[in-house]
Write a protein that binds this ligand. Sequence first.
Ligand SMILES: Cc1cc2nc3c(=O)[nH]c(=O)nc-3n(C[C@H](O)[C@H](O)[C@H](O)COP(=O)(O)OP(=O)(O)OC[C@H]3O[C@@H](n4cnc5c(N)ncnc54)[C@H](O)[C@@H]3O)c2cc1C
Length: 407
Amino acid sequence: MNFGIIGAGPAGIFSALMIKEQNPEHSVSIFDGNQKIGRKLFATGNGRCNITNMNAGPESYYSVRPADISPVFEQIGPEAIRKKLETLGIPTVQTEDGWVYPQSWSAANVVQILSDALQYAGVETHSGAKVTGITLSGSKFVLTIDSQGKTKPFDKLILTTGSRAFPQLGANTSILSELFQFGHRDLPFIPALAPVSAKGDIFKALQGTRLDAEVTALRGKEELGSSFGNIIFTDYGLNGPGIMNVSHYISDKDAKDYMLRLNFVPGDLKRQLDTFFYQHINKDYPYRSVYLSVLPGKLIEYFFKIWKLDWETTCKRIDSRTFRVHLKRLENGLIPIEGNRGFNFGQAAAGGIPLSEVDLRTMESRKQKGLYFAGEVLDVVGPCGGYNLTWAIATGLIAGRNAGKEK
Ligand SMILES: Cc1cc2nc3c(=O)[nH]c(=O)nc-3n(C[C@H](O)[C@H](O)[C@H](O)COP(=O)(O)OP(=O)(O)OC[C@H]3O[C@@H](n4cnc5c(N)ncnc54)[C@H](O)[C@@H]3O)c2cc1C
C-alpha cells in the first residue's frame, strides 16, 4: 500500500515510522515545505528538547471545543513514548518534576536520529516540498507539490501540518482549505504558550525580575484559567512558563477586557511570611527583611513604594491589620493586559481541526475515509513542559498504527 504524509514534524515522523513498523513493505512518502525535516523539533526546549512529561494525561490539555481525549492516552502515554524513544536510540532522563529530556540533552541529536531512522526504514523523505493541493482520484489521494507537480496516488493520507505558531520556522496552515472538499472545517488558531504585553510602572520597576507566582487570567470578573510557574518581568510585559500557560485565554482582540491576577505569595510562602512577621512583631527588626527572606528585592522595593513605606521601616511600626492588607496586595496583583504576543512568539496554538471531526481511537477523519490527522493541527494544546511533543508523538503513533494496519 502507498501512504502519503504531509508535514515532517514529530507527528509526521512518528506516523511514518509506525506505518513501516506495521509492514516494511508499505511505501511511505513524507513531504515537508521546509528544507530540513523537524525544524520546529530542532528548536524545542531551548535546543534541549523537552520531549515528554510524566504527568501528561487527558486533563493536562486545552481545546477551544473540548472533547474527551482519553482514547489517545489510554493507548499511548508518556511511559510508552519513552519506551518507543529508547528503541529508536533516544534514551531519556527525567527531572524531579517529571519533565523528560533525551539523555543527550540535544534536540539536534534527536532530529538527526529520527532522520536516520526514516532513511533506515525506507521512508521516502521529500524536503523543500510544499503541498499545495489534495485531490481525490477514486478513493485515493493525489497531492500537488509546488516544486514537483502531482504525486502518485496514495491509498491513505496523514495530515500532520502543525499550527500557525512560529511562522519563522516554516509554520504554514494554507493546506487546511483543501480539506473543505471533504466536509472538514478548521477553528481559527489562537496563539498559546506566548508572552503577554502589558503597560505600567511595574514593568519598568521590575524589569528582569523572575519569581514563581500563581497566575490567573480574568475577563472582567470571570476567571478563565490559572497556572503556577516561573514568571519574568520584561520591558514589554510578562514572560515565563507561568504566563505562557494562560496566554491562550487572552485573545488579541478585545485584550483591554483582560487582566492577569498575580499571586506572589501562593500556598506555603504566605504561611512562611506570616510566621516570620509574628516572630518579629513589635520588634526593631527591619520590616523589609520579612519579605526579603522569600521574595526578590526589586518586588519588595516596588511594593514599599505602593505602601508608602520608608525602606528603613521596622516591624514595630506595622500592626497586624496593616500586615494583612499588605499580604492581600501581594496576593492580588492585578495587571491590565494589552494582548498576547501572537504567533511569532507563541510556541504552540489552540484551534485547528475540531476533535469532533476525528475518531480519537484511530485518528481517522470522520468525514473522509483513509484520511488521518495527528499533532498540533488538531484543536489541542498543552502547557509548557513537554506536553505538546507528547501529544504530537502519541497521536502520530496512533495514526500510523491504524493507517498502516492491513484491512
Ligand atoms: C521555539 C519552540 C520551542 C518548543 N519547545 C517545546 C518543548 O520543549 N516541548 C514540547 O513539548 N513542545 C515544544 N514546542 C512545541 C512543539 O514543537 C510542537 O507542539 C510540535 O512540534 C508539534 O508537532 P507537529 O508535528 O504537530 O507539527 P510541527 O512540528 O509544526 O510540524 C509540521 C510540519 O508540517 C510542515 N508543513 C506545513 N504545511 C505544509 C504543507 N502544505 N506542505 C508540506 N509541509 C507542510 C511544516 O513545515 C512543519 O515542518 C516548542 C515550539 C517552539 C516553536
